[in-house]
Design a binder for this molecule. Structure first.
Ligand code: PHE
Length: 458
């Protein structure tokens, strides 16, 4: 927990930072989104590109974000303003701060609707609705839920309320416990599901789908999606990691810390994929390219077939909800922290106000699954469009800005100072990746991928 020290708050140890940042990183992105976009993009080819994006772009940008946060020691918006002013740089770079805060709110509006699905599944599981269910039944249960806007609005509201509750009273109090106890439990439960998939699913089909590199299936759109998801899953580009970095003790090694978080985040995603796809391939009624519904119709089949399915199933969706909760907190925190820095606005009011905006926007996502499902622009529903805009346009864009800012404009000796714990080889590799690889790579993938998605592919 932060303690007052040298005029700024710092966490007691590097591990608290690791837990908080992991709480932010591990969420619906790993368990819900990664498997379904891997499925939509043909599996293996996508996964390989995704892993490259994490290692070569995601990790360097994450190091940069933590570094900026620790250097700035304030809310992301104020940190960026402080760093640019101190260095006498153009105010344009402040956009990294405020653009990030806005993107966080946009993401949270749909994130909370999906987390609401997970909440809705807890009572379903607990009352045994899925016991003995086959794939057809789980599909019907899911589709019935989607068709009912009232139910979706209810659970979306509950989730927004949960998020507001924690953030309004200060992030650090509840978050530590959640991360320390619940994250490991989620990990254990995913392993249990993996074992189930191994025993009862078509494990080898799932494995080769996810890990065999099939060049033919690779599309430009898939590459853009892999890059965007690398940012999304590591919580980059919205200021979340910068906000937490501000509390990091000065002597902790940023490089090692980031490596641990990225590794854990990737492991959770891959295990979730390996729990889901063997079940998909063992049941004819399920489709690997099912999209956002994948998690919610595939895993319930597994729970329905388990002895202790009621218990494990309820527990699983509780843990998914908690993972989403700790991510949601970090999505709204940058905007709240900034508003609360102003005189006359306290944290409580700021949270309530921003939470309400997020809730309102979330309604459009709710309706895009039922009443407005037929209203499409460029072939996308409101939810598709918002996901596209945030993950494939805005997150890579702020990622690009961060790479250019730290690689080219931020004083290298200051970066060197913050990354003092690193060996010089690691420092050089990081700096060269950020300077020479990340900017052109992100820009190219964005331009080509967006052209393909919007113009060529239609
Ligand atoms: N990383 C979170 C997830 O994978 C989502 C998130 C994105 C959280 C950006 C904070 C900032 O679910």
């Amino acid at each position: 927990m932060p303690s007052e020290q040298n005029n700024f708050l710092t966490w007691r140890s590097r591990w608290t930072f690791i837990l908080a940042a992991t709480g932010s990183a591990v969420g619906l992105g790993n368990i819900w989104k990664f498997p379904y976009i891997a499925g939509e993009n043909g599996g293996g080819a996508f996964v390989v590109v995704y892993l490259f994006c994490i290692a070569l772009v995601g990790v360097p940008v994450m190091v940069a974000e933590v570094m900026l946060g620790r250097r700035g020691r304030k809310s992301p918006i104020s940190s960026m303003r402080r760093l640019t002013t101190e260095a006498g740089l153009h105010g344009f770079w402040n956009s990294i701060g405020w653009l990030g805060a806005i993107i966080g709110l946009l993401i949270l509006s749909f994130y909370s609707v999906i987390a609401g699905w997970s909440l809705a599944y807890i009572p379903e599981m607990a009352t045994g609705a899925f016991q003995g269910a086959n794939a057809q039944t789980t599909k019907t249960i899911f589709e019935t839920m989607l068709a009912d806007p009232d139910r979706l609005v209810f659970w979306h509201s509950v989730f927004v309320a949960m998020t507001i509750f924690v953030v309004a009273f200060g992030v650090t109090r509840g978050l530590g416990v959640a991360a320390r106890v619940l994250m490991p439990s989620l990990f254990v439960l995913l392993i249990v599901l993996l074992l189930f998939a191994y025993r009862y699913g078509d494990f080898s089909a799932g494995f080769s789908f996810l890990f065999s590199f099939d060049y033919e299936r690779l599309t430009l759109r898939g590459v853009l999606e892999a890059l965007g998801h690398a940012f999304f899953t590591l919580s980059l580009g919205v200021g979340a990691i910068m906000a937490y970095g501000a509390y990091m003790p000065a002597e902790a090694s940023i490089g090692k810390t980031v490596a641990i978080i990225a590794l854990f985040d990737t492991l959770v995603a891959l295990i979730a994929g390996m729990a889901i796809f063997p079940i998909v391939f063992a049941h004819g009624a399920l489709d690997a390219a099912a999209g956002p519904s994948l998690l919610f119709i595939s895993l319930p089949v597994a729970f329905g077939g388990m002895q202790a399915g009621v218990l494990f199933g309820s527990l699983f969706f509780i843990l998914v909800t908690v993972a989403a909760w700790s991510s949601a907190i970090s999505l709204i925190e940058p905007a709240v922290a900034w508003m609360a820095e102003h005189k006359g606005v306290n944290r409580f009011t700021a949270t309530l106000f921003l939470g309400f905006l997020v809730w309102l926007l979330g309604l459009a996502t709710v309706f895009s699954f039922n009443d407005w499902a037929e209203h499409k622009v460029l072939g996308m529903t409101f939810f598709d469009g918002l996901d596209f805009l945030t993950s494939r346009v805005l997150l890579p864009l702020t990622g690009l800005f961060i790479a250019i800012f730290v690689g080219w404009y931020f004083a290298a000796e200051h970066a060197r100072e913050e990354l003092n714990g690193e060996q010089s080889v690691i420092w050089s590799v990081w700096f060269y990746l950020l300077r020479y690889l990340c900017p052109p790579a992100i820009a190219t993938v964005m331009i080509v991928g967006l052209y393909d998605s919007l113009v060529a592919g239609g």
